[in-house]
Ligand binder design. Structure first.
Ligand SMILES: C[S@@+](CC[C@H](N)C(=O)[O-])C[C@H]1O[C@@H](n2cnc3c(N)ncnc32)[C@H](O)[C@@H]1O
Length: 258
């Protein structure tokens, strides 16, 4: 994407797009953890639809489609990611299995009682856990499942640099128990939780992201918004390296009672 190379001065949205558009995943995660979470959630009912919400470029969409052998609808508000996912799915022979839809995860046009499984990695925080769970409830069939990852504190007294960074980057961040309680308040049974290991941040996400931002640093010299985006990523990685024991991405695996 040639964000901002012509016309109006490039802004923060263009800078974000420039950084993230070529990556194969845009948040912590791995196929191994996705599939381990899926196994823990079984049995998934059959006969209904499967959605991956906030799919990004679709790393987990492809893993799920391959594993389940069922059609999956991948939803995102970002067209660039959806177009890349189509190309990736076709390259893997999964073009028939993966459909994409440009929409918000809280404005799905699915019919009531039509969904067997809703998956969402690293995206629910954007709309809020309870708002998402509330919207999905009538769309899920009884016995239907939800799996989402959420960034949570693992301690009540996090180190100040981590607290300061995430207060700014994710003001709504809470703990594992708070998030479980939010799920229960919305009527769901919490089947299990599972923390993503540190490698899911480093290998799948931060290492390719670091290589990407090194190629972009020269362009940041006269692009203040890109400078700010790169600085925030640098800060996040520094906080992760120093303090990742105090926070984690956690899978919340839920079932709508039958
Ligand atoms: C941190 S990324 C995670 C993407 C992917 N699941 C992954 O782990 O690589 C969050 C994604 O949510 C998408 N997004 C933001 N707001 C959304 C919304 N309201 N509905 C659906 N997707 C949304 C973004 O475009 C982005 O692709």
């Amino acid at each position: 994407m040639n964000a901002g190379e012509q016309g109006a001065p490039p802004g923060t949205e263009d800078a974000l797009e420039l950084v993230f558009a070529p990556l194969d995943q845009v948040g912590p995660g791995s196929d191994a953890t996705t599939l381990a979470a899926l196994a823990e959630l079984q049995p998934i009912p059959s006969g209904g639809a499967i959605y991956d919400l906030g799919c990004g470029p679709g790393r987990q969409t492809l893993a799920l489609a391959r594993e389940l052998g069922r059609p999956i609808t991948a939803v995102d508000v970002n067209r660039t990611f959806l177009d890349r996912l189509i190309v990736r799915a076709e390259a893997l022979g999964l073009g028939e299995a993966v459909a994409v839809r440009e929409a918000s995860m809280v404005a799905l046009d699915a019919a009531p009682d039509s969904i067997d499984l809703i998956w969402s990695e690293g995206a629910v925080y954007i709309v809020g856990v309870e708002a998402a769970l509330r919207h999905w409830w009538p769309l899920l069939r009884p016995g239907g499942c939800v799996a989402f990852t959420e960034l949570v504190w693992l301690t009540d007294s996090p180190p100040e640099p981590a607290a300061q960074f995430w207060r700014y980057a994710y003001p709504g961040m809470t703990g594992v128990v708070d998030t479980q309680l939010a799920c229960v308040r919305q009527g769901y049974e919490v089947v299990a939780t599972r923390s993503l290991p540190a490698e899911d941040w480093q290998e799948g996400y931060y290492q390719p992201l670091s290589r990407r931002i090194e190629t972009l640093r020269p362009r940041a010299a006269d692009w203040p918004e890109l400078t700010a985006v790169l600085a925030e990523i640098d800060d996040e990685m520094a906080v992760f390296n120093a303090h990742h024991g105090s926070f984690a991405y956690v899978f919340f695996l839920l079932r709508k009672p039958a």
